[in-house]
Design a protein around this ligand. Structure first.
Ligand code: HEM
Length: 460
């Protein structure tokens, strides 16, 4: 062994001990988890299991028989996974202020144009400002009401599209085949485009009301972004690998998808800014106008463009997913479908269309939706939260900058919480005299809209 090798080895040990000193010098131990290797932690194991990262994590939780697990990735990132409601409340309710941040990930950085936005940006004063704009001026009760005609129109159009599909198949009596995936995804795509840009389509669409080439390309790109945004990517934990190479190809995929989305959106935003600057537009008609005319602070075009991308992403995933799964479950269980239809007949009747204001009385339907959130979340984990200082949870030390993952499967399918957890049973949310179903999940026994500073501001 050469002297250089020995020297390098000694430096490696010293740096490693320096980096890991914090947790070992603390009196409390970290939550249980696999023993990490120096410098790389469990990154190689993670890499080998990256096709089924959630499965790998849950296997460890079973192995250690723990509702809180700690895996070290790279030299210093502690990834803490939680699967019990009590602990979840400790993180997101009792110590919400501590876990208010998000991780510094390549994907998040790219989507948000360098952390200019409200959802994926780590904690900062700018983030607080953006979150307040989104909460109070884009998703407030007043704006929700203001946008109602756009939602009503889209509901009408989607119904027309479904009828067209049935007619095309000449199957009014026997029923037609509807691609629910297309219907649900494009319903929300058209809807959010209309709310943001004041136009449902980027192109001409199809004659039967279905998505055209442009809408399909834009939606596919948005779902690609959603797939990769918090996917396991090795360079997030070993950032020096990024210096020369896009090691696992995620950066290329993300950049490509973001380019596609912005190719459609940015020209519309530039054009609209120009109209306001020239004084050729005077009335606010959609959320883009709200962003452009915002004062104190005035938002730059870059902020508006990045926030708009994020709004599109936030709107389409959970919404379309819950429709697909709920109807899928109902088709599998015809008695559940029958009860939902009976409730609609009773509350709304067959002579008029369902309106948003009917939802309050559609308790069984809400129970179905809530049960779908529990059993079939869009992704297995909540977006990552990051701790802003050292803290203690359930007697364990949680170091500053830990990445906290609430497992939606771990909570929603937890057999200590739910009886027969894999059974789709909307009635479990209805037990109790005259029980009103709320879709929110304040005690975090399941994740629908989450809670606290980073909770979903669009619950309404
Ligand atoms: C069924 C519908 C929806 C569900 C179940 C849902 C659920 C969620 C969840 C679980 C989070 C993460 C919370 C956390 O990290 O603790 C979130 C964040 C967020 N959602 Fe929603 N969401 C829905 C629809 C929407 C819509 C339609 C919009 C916008 C129009 C929206 C905007 C946001 C934003 C801006 C955040 C980020 C909050 C932050 O990081 O501070 N969501 N949502």
């Amino acid at each position: 062994m050469s002297v250089t090798t020995i020297l390098l080895f000694i430096i490696f040990i010293i740096v490693y001990r320096f980096l890991t000193k914090k947790s070992s010098s603390n009196q409390l131990s970290l939550p249980p988890g696999p023993i990490p290797l120096p410098f790389i932690g469990c990154t190689i194991q993670m890499l080998l299991n990256k096709q089924n990262f959630p499965g790998w994590i849950h296997k460890f939780m079973d192995k250690y028989d723990t509702p809180i697990l700690c895996i070290r990735l790279g030299p210093s990132t502690h990834v803490v996974v939680v699967s019990s409601p009590d602990l979840a409340c400790e993180f997101l309710k009792k110590q919400d202020e501590v876990f208010i941040s998000r991780p510094d990930f390549m994907s998040a950085y790219l989507i948000s144009g360098g952390y200019l936005t409200a959802t994926v940006s780590p904690f900062s004063e700018h983030w607080r400002k953006m979150k307040s704009i989104v909460n109070q001026e884009m998703l407030s009760p007043r704006i929700h009401k203001w946008l109602q005609p756009k939602r009503d129109k889209e509901a009408d159009l989607v119904l027309r599209y479904i009828c067209n599909q049935i007619e095309k198949q000449d199957a009014i009596v026997d029923g037609g085949l509807i691609n629910l995936h297309i219907v649900s995804q494009h319903f929300f795509g058209n809807l959010v485009r209309n709310m943001v840009f004041g136009k449902r389509l980027f192109g001409q669409g199809m004659e039967d009301g279905g998505p055209g080439e442009e809408e399909t390309e834009a939606m596919d790109a948005l779902f690609t972004i959603l797939k990769y945004v918090y996917a396991f990517c090795i360079t997030n934990y070993l950032p020096w690998l990024r210096w020369k190479t896009d090691f696992d190809g995620h950066e290329y995929i993300m950049r490509n998808a973001i380019d596609i989305v912005r190719k459609y959106q940015d020209p519309l935003i530039n054009e609209r800014i120009q109209l306001w600057n020239n004084g050729d537009r005077k009335e606010k008609c959609d959320l883009l106008d709200v962003l452009i005319t915002h004062e104190n602070p005035k938002l730059t075009p870059e902020v508006i463009k990045a926030q708009t991308v994020e709004l599109m992403i936030a709107t389409i995933d959970n919404t379309s997913n819950v429709i697909e799964w709920a109807i899928g479950e109902m088709i599998k269980e015809p008695l559940i479908l029958k009860r939902a239809v009976e409730e609609l007949d009773h509350v709304v009747g067959r002579k008029k269309l369902v309106e948003e204001c009917d939802l309050r009385q559609l308790n069984y339907l809400k129970a179905c939706i809530k049960e779908t959130f529990r059993l079939h979340p869009f992704v297995p984990f909540l977006p990552l939260h990051v701790s802003t200082k050292d803290t203690t949870i359930a007697g364990y030390f949680i170091p500053k900058s830990s990445h906290v993952i609430l497992s939606r499967f771990g909570l929603g399918r937890n057999q200590n919480v739910w009886e027969d957890p894999l059974r789709y049973d909307p009635d479990r949310h209805l037990r109790g005299e005259g029980k009103q179903v709320f879709l929110s999940d304040n005690d975090l026994k399941l994740i629908s809209f989450s809670t606290g500073n980073r909770g979903c501001p669009a619950i309404m």
